[in-house]
Design a protein around this ligand. Sequence first.
Ligand SMILES: NC(=O)c1ccc[n+]([C@@H]2O[C@H](COP(=O)([O-])OP(=O)(O)OC[C@H]3O[C@@H](n4cnc5c(N)ncnc54)[C@H](OP(=O)(O)O)[C@@H]3O)[C@@H](O)[C@H]2O)c1
Length: 307
Amino acid sequence: MKAWTASGDAAVIVPAEVGEPVPAAHEAILEVEAYSVNRGDWFALTGAYGESAAAGTVPGQDVAGRVVAAAADGTGPAVGTRVVAHATGGGWAERVAVPTTAIAALPERIPATVAATLPLAGLTALRLLRRAGRLAGRRLLITGASGGVGHLVVELAVAAGATVTAVAANAERGQRLAEFGAQVRYDITAAAGPFDVILESVGGDTFTAAVDRLAPGGTVVWFGQASREPIRLDFFRLFAATPLTLHHFAHWISDTTDAADLAELVELVAADAVHPELGRITDWADTPTVLTDLAHRRIRGNAVLTR
Ligand SMILES: NC(=O)c1ccc[n+]([C@@H]2O[C@H](COP(=O)([O-])OP(=O)(O)OC[C@H]3O[C@@H](n4cnc5c(N)ncnc54)[C@H](OP(=O)(O)O)[C@@H]3O)[C@@H](O)[C@H]2O)c1
């Protein structure tokens, strides 16, 4: 079957013919209709987490499609079910094997392009807000807000009753965030604060400036480093916000399964309560261009590839 594979060199990914996925007993095989590309995929492919993905590896976590072989252990959806799934890799291909604990059924009225945005970005948004705790009446700051995660966080947090300030690069990047009800700032220094909850994913000086705006007793959820610049923290400056709580967030640390949370996200979309921002929808042949554009901050919200 056709797939994109890690090249292990400057090309980053190359098209290839690869073998069909071989499922474990708890995995179903899905025919992929759409997949999304995340900043984290770019990081994994280019070595931000340590080693670059090995040449020949098929990337891809976020898929929407249809079950073509049910799991041998009898769990999960039946053949023919439309689904959205959070794969552990292998999604940028015609077919992928996914554990049934990471698959949710998808109603016909939700397009695969919309569903494909839900796994990594949606699970992250949902779990970030759970980690942040109570939201009603609290002042929330999110940096790096114009990406896939940021749009979902802003819409969910406003709906939960938070007063949201979102930092985005410019008016075009912030347009949907403002429509969702956020106060949009184009630079962290323009975000007055103080904030009870800060969701930070840019790193470097942005992190320091964000934490300077934390209210005493506030919570910082540190969930990324889009700039790849490490943060610097001054112990003494933090006294202004003490006793603060700092969480180092990883989306895979959760009391709930991906399947359960994907089902919740699907329900929110079906109920017209969440509207993923589809900044780019294009043919899967364009995956290398989309990866480059994502890396160079040329895509608002999520990027989705279709077959
Ligand atoms: N910890 C976890 O489990 C987890 C899970 C998923 C994602 N993440 C992280 O969460 C962040 C958001 O994810 P995403 O999928 O929404 O990513 P994305 O769509 O690529 O968005 C990245 C955001 O960071 C902003 N940004 C600001 N300064 C940047 C810089 N110097 N370089 C690159 N981007 C910069 C971008 O804004 P503009 O380009 O508009 O300025 C954009 O809003 C990423 O850092 C990602 O790695 C973490």
